[in-house]
Design a protein around this ligand. Structure first.
Ligand code: DP6
Length: 387
């Protein structure tokens, strides 16, 4: 039988999805907007195969077999089979799924968005599903519906009770803002954190700011954000991005008990970005934080080397080699003037607070991998590699 393999991107929200009005269908309380990141640097890869000979549905994640009975996974599979246009009831054949990420899980980067988007596009191709598939990815993880497209993507919360209009759309394509760059600062962290789903639920039920945010701030801010991206107005884009991240984390702090995702290093990064912008007298960098301490910085290509040098000056990385050689595009000749560093004038952080930096850019949506060498399942439908 045919094997289908896709790679799918990670996305980073600049207007956050935080809070569900329906837990089971994964329906959000506000629209959100994200940038899709280049699959060359960060991606999930998934191979799927169906056969009348398979006895049961099976899934392997990062080289280990996992339970297929996961409710969200089951929801995606059910939707795909329901919408399948395969002949002769082939949609009832059992499926084997094998998936992995091309980035270290130790990085603590949210991988569920790329993972569920990849699963959805691969299954949709294999089962011949037509029409919008972002709502299927949404059933796996809310933010996954935005990884179905490239460029800048908006997830419309929708009104329908069954979630049929809670889908995502590409609002600006990959090439719209070619000089936009992204630095992901991977922060050293050992603390066990509250999952996004759990945090959202807690905020929804106990944080008085969340409802206010969904009803009053986001509807206006998301329109302003779309306009800023349309006009490639970096200062406006950056200001809105930082404000939205701060607001989400303020809503988290107002939950009871509070959820704290950022740690001391995250706060130092915020301080540094503001000091950097103040030293320049204009906004040249923006931070945003998801449900963890890692920072994502947005910066234009002309400033990326300088910003990188500034970060390096205040946070000495544990493994600088990784930044330059292994992940993302290298940043040769990064330097910042002593005059600038003098103006920034904040306390240097001890070695080891940052693990490494991933340098990437806005990228395209999921891509099919046609070369059979690159399938994760062999032609019998079993993983080529197990760990
Ligand atoms: C902070 O999509 O991981 O990254 O729908 O419960 O799976 P579930 O949550 P998830 O939440 C992501 C939240 C966020 C903000 C965002 O990506 O918009």
């Amino acid at each position: 039988m045919e094997r289908v393999t896709f790679v799918a991107p990670v996305n980073l929200a600049v207007i956050k999805y935080w809070g569900k009005r329906n837990e089971e269908l994964i329906l959000p309380i506000n629209d959100s907007l994200s940038a899709t990141l280049d699959t060359e640097h960060l991606c999930a890869k998934t191979t799927v195969m169906i056969s009348p000979d398979f006895e049961q549905d099976k899934i392997w994640l990062n080289g280990c077999e996992e339970s297929i009975e996961n409710a969200r996974l089951q929801n995606c599979l059910r939707e795909v089979r329901k919408r399948s246009q395969l002949p002769d009831k082939q949609e009832n054949w059992k499926v084997h799924i094998c998936s992995e990420n091309n980035f270290p899980t130790s990085a603590g980067l949210a991988s569920s968005a790329a993972g569920y988007a990849c699963l959805t596009v691969a299954l949709a191709k294999l089962f011949n599903v037509q029409g919008d598939i972002s709502a299927i990815a949404r059933c796996g993880s809310g933010s996954a519906c935005r990884s179905i497209y490239g460029g800048f993507v908006r997830w419309y919360m929708g009104d329908n009770i069954d979630g049929s209009d809670s889908i995502s759309k590409e609002v600006f394509d990959t090439n719209h803002w070619p000089d936009m760059r992204i630095l992901i600062l991977v922060v050293n962290d050992t603390k066990k954190k509250v999952s996004s789903s759990e945090g959202m639920k807690r905020c929804y039920h106990t944080s008085p700011f969340l409802k206010y945010r969904a009803e009053n701030t986001v509807p206006l801010r998301i329109e302003q954000m779309q306009e800023a991206i349309q006009d490639r107005n970096f200062e406006k884009f950056a200001e809105l991005t930082m404000k939205d991240s701060n607001e989400m984390h303020a809503a988290c702090a107002a939950a009871y008990p509070p959820c704290f995702y950022m740690n001391d290093t995250s706060h130092r990064i915020i301080e540094l970005v503001h000091a950097y912008n103040t030293a320049h007298g204009e906004i040249k960098a923006a931070y945003t934080f998801d449900a963890g301490p890692n920072a994502t910085l947005f910066v234009l290509e002309k400033d990326v080397c300088e910003l990188y040098a500034v970060i390096n000056n205040y946070f000495l990385f544990v493994d600088d080699r990784q930044t330059k050689d292994q992940i993302g595009k290298s940043l040769p000749g990064a330097s910042a003037s002593s005059e600038l560093l003098k103006k920034i004038n904040i306390e240097k952080q001890p070695l080891g607070k940052l693990k490494y930096v991933i340098h990437t850019r806005v990228g395209t949506g999921p891509k099919q991998v046609l070369d059979s060498e690159n399938h994760l399942l062999d032609n019998q439908g079993f993983p080529k590699k197990l760990y």
